[in-house]
Design a protein around this ligand. Structure first.
Ligand SMILES: *Cc1c(COP(=O)(O)O)cnc(C)c1O
Length: 222
């Protein structure tokens, strides 16, 4: 079913939207099946799991870290990670920069923005991002590049609320894109939308969706 699910999603995807197949908790065989169906971008939320899968699977896969980051583990993925979505602390950016430098790389990052009304979601506020983007401290981090933002909407069926949250991030993204263009900050990617809400996210300006269960089926955490 993985191939069918994948093709069904891809067939309806606008050209400017990138699909990240979220494979967390899923076995290698599932990822291989998606790979054989043409998928090359995979998202994981645990560094160790991503490192293990990276070691086994084909080397032309682009690995995206979509989960909350523990600074002390950044070093394990620094040699190969393609995009880090969930940066929500300046301290983490500094650690990514340090590890990228050791690997002689520049690592692309998205800043996570808090758009959900729920208390539990991680992320910077709009104000915090505005000050980070113009800070001298950021300019000094030569081994990271901020290429956009990531947001997670509230877990709700309320389409109106979802739309407002997505649109608030899209509006902020467009505004920052116009005024920010430095060596290590070029905003081009807006990562929002998951299995339950990606069509609405795309309608409200998403350029990258992170889809897990609609491709691989429900996750079993036991
Ligand atoms: C798990 C996860 C997803 C995918 O969720 P689905 O509902 O299975 O599509 C997307 N983004 C993040 C940050 C996740 O942790």
């Amino acid at each position: 079913m993985i191939k069918e699910n994948l093709l069904q999603i891809k067939n309806k995807l606008p050209e400017n939207v990138t699909l990240v197949a979220v494979s967390k908790t899923k076995p290698i065989t599932d990822l291989q099946e998606a790979y054989d169906a043409g998928q090359r971008i995979f998202g994981e939320n645990k560094i160790q799991e991503m490192v293990d899968k990276h070691a086994i699977l084909p080397k032309d896969i682009q690995w995206h870290m979509i989960g909350h980051l523990q600074s002390n583990k950044v070093k394990y993925m620094a040699p190969f990670v393609n995009l880090i979505h969930g940066v929500d602390k300046f301290k983490t950016l500094k650690e990514i920069n340090k590890q990228a430098k050791k690997n002689d790389r520049v690592i692309d990052c998205l800043l996570q923005v808090k758009i959900a009304k729920e208390e539990t979601k991680f992320g910077f506020s709009f104000d915090e991002i505005e000050s980070i983007l113009v800070s001298e401290e950021l300019a000094n981090l030569e081994h990271i590049k901020i290429v956009g933002f990531m947001g997670m909407a509230t877990f709700t069926e309320d389409q109106q609320q979802l739309q407002e949250e997505f649109l608030s991030l899209k509006t902020f993204f467009e505004k920052q894109k116009k005024i920010t263009d430095t060596l290590n900050c070029k905003l081009q990617t807006l990562s929002m939308g998951m299995s339950g809400d990606y069509p609405l996210a795309i309608a409200n300006g998403s350029t990258m969706i992170r889809v897990g269960s609609s491709i691989f089926g429900n996750r079993n955490y036991n």
